[in-house]
Design a protein around this ligand. Structure first.
Ligand SMILES: O=C(O)CCC(=O)C(=O)O
Length: 168
């Protein structure tokens, strides 16, 4: 759940998700469900169109001050300063009504501004799904809290922690 309270100017830094996750494979995606009306001035998501095909793994950083530290991932690179050169990217985003969903690839670069509205929160509930090609990746790089000590790099992701929701 990603919550921006009324008047919160805290942005969501530009990032792609998969470097944060102990998962490898191409069939990895998110569904971001709006629980409130979401507009540009309340911190709607923005995406760099086509970035899911860049094959660039950006180094995870904490989303909030005091958040978890991340070890440096092999071959991970630092996120360029997209906001300093916004015209160089094809940035896309959509206003949303409660119940609207955005589906996006785990390698898509995205971020969001703060919630400058004083009259409504901006809450997004997100669920992540993987396909058959997803395997476990033990690190270095991904969020330590998402790792599974019972899995080794290359293992099938299916486990108690990452259950199968749609059996073949
Ligand atoms: O809601 C946000 O501000 C960030 C969401 C996000 O980064 C995600 O769902 O992967």
């Amino acid at each position: 759940m990603f919550v921006k309270e009324e008047g919160s100017d805290h942005p969501t830094r530009w990032h792609n998700d998969q470097p944060y996750w102990p998962v490898r494979g191409r069939q990895v995606m998110s569904f971001w469900l709006a629980l409130d009306e979401v507009t540009a001035d309340s911190g709607r998501l923005e995406f760099v169109a086509g970035s899911h095909n860049w094959e660039r793994w950006f180094q995870p950083e904490p989303f909030a001050p005091g958040g978890a530290d991340y070890e440096r991932g092999e071959n991970y690179e630092d996120m360029p300063d997209i906001d300093a050169d916004r015209g160089a990217y094809n940035l896309i985003g959509w206003d949303m009504q409660p119940g609207d969903v955005i589906a996006f690839h785990a390698m898509a670069v995205h971020g969001a501004g703060g919630n400058h509205r004083l009259d409504r929160r901006r809450r997004g509930y997100t669920v992540r799904y993987c396909g058959d090609d997803a395997t476990y990746f033990g690190g270095p790089g991904p969020n330590a809290g998402l790792r599974n000590p019972n899995l080794d790099t290359g293992d099938d992701l299916a486990s108690e922690q990452y259950p199968v929701v749609w059996p073949a």
